[in-house]
Design a protein around this ligand. Structure first.
Ligand SMILES: *[C@@H]1O[C@H](CO)[C@@H](O)[C@H](O)[C@H]1NC(C)=O
Ligand SMILES: *[C@@H]1O[C@H](CO)[C@@H](O)[C@H](O)[C@H]1NC(C)=O
Length: 294
């Protein structure tokens, strides 16, 4: 009888594990871009090009050249794009990326996404740094779900990616579209439900970012305050870095604690996009549940 019960218990475990695995697979099948993990360390690499988590200097070097390459390419091709989210916050401080950022964000109009999907999907673009010392290639990959301008199951809120094929780090490219012209004319939403008025974005403002000509939204300050609150424009210590007012740069400061992602501490410059908006969707929630069981 004990043997029977043990077998039954074993069977139940096997069935449960199998069911979970199937749900997890089907949930993942709906997602276009894949990352090796979902935490800060491994959640910001494209799984196809990921070999290992890169060190601080490599990450910074990768991100800086990656965004220069994106700006050069889009300027050359006449593709309208502007800096967004944490990348825009970095611009606000000193025209550079925030050195603790894991990835970068740019936005485009929904019509531009269509243009990218029709003409640039899976294209690679070569880049040479201004000193001629660094040559790299980047992949522009457009999510087929980018044609759907509503959030859906929440697993395809990133519309396109600009990927460094050496290590998998990337820029997230998201589109904003007028998805509810009848009830909300002139309001543009990204798939993560950030809302912008047309006049918040256009006319775009010419600036430079990481030394390259770049565009930013018209009401950049209001956009930043709405997303990160005023504190993000004031606090000079964050994520192991301290603002140096003389050099106008973020210095590494080992005495400044890094984020405690479970608690409230150091929350202020965490983008709200993956946290405060309820992703919704039964499959997505199931997917998350299953993820926690791993
Ligand atoms: C881009 O190409 C990939 C690979 O062929 C494909 O899976 C994806 O659906 C394409 N995206 C668009 C927007 O057509
Ligand atoms: C930005 O400047 C370039 C030339 O420097 C100009 O052609 C372009 O129209 C400007 N864009 C905006 C949005 O002002």
């Amino acid at each position: 009888m004990w043997l029977g019960l043990s077998l039954l218990a074993l069977l139940m475990v096997v069935v449960t594990v199998e069911t979970v695995a199937v749900y997890k697979r089907s949930a993942e099948d709906l997602k276009y871009f894949h990352e090796p993990g979902n935490g800060d360390l491994t959640g910001h690499y494209d799984i196809r090009y990921f070999a290992e988590v890169v060190d601080y200097d490599t990450r910074l070097d990768t991100l800086k050249h990656m965004v220069r390459a994106w700006l050069q390419t889009t300027n050359r091709e006449g593709i309208e794009t502007w800096i967004a989210h944490g990348t825009l916050l970095g611009w606000w401080w000193n025209g550079e990326i925030l050195p603790w950022d894991w990835d970068l964000d740019v936005q485009v109009h929904g019509d531009t996404l269509k243009l990218l999907g029709d003409n640039y999907n899976m294209t690679t673009h070569s880049y040479t740094s201004s000193d001629g010392k660094i040559s790299r290639e980047y992949l522009l990959d457009i999510n087929p779900y980018s044609a759907e301008r509503v959030r859906g199951n929440g697993m395809n809120i990133i519309d396109a990616r600009w990927v460094d094929m050496r290590n998998g780090l990337y820029i997230d490219i998201t589109g904003i579209s007028e998805t509810d012209p009848k009830d909300k004319p002139g309001t543009l939403f990204c798939k993560n439900l950030h809302a912008y008025q047309y006049e918040d974005i256009w006319p775009l403002i010419n600036t430079t970012f990481e030394g390259e000509p770049a565009l930013i939204p018209q009401n950049y300050e209001a956009i930043l305050i709405e997303e990160y609150h005023t504190k993000a424009l004031v606090a000079t210590e964050y994520e192991g870095h301290r603002w140096n007012p003389k050099t106008k740069a973020w210095d590494v400061a080992p005495d400044v604690p890094t984020a405690d992602h479970g608690g409230q501490k150091n929350k202020l410059r965490e983008p709200m996009k993956y946290e405060t908006v309820d992703p919704g969707g039964i499959i997505y929630n199931l997917f998350r549940l299953v993820y926690w069981w791993d």
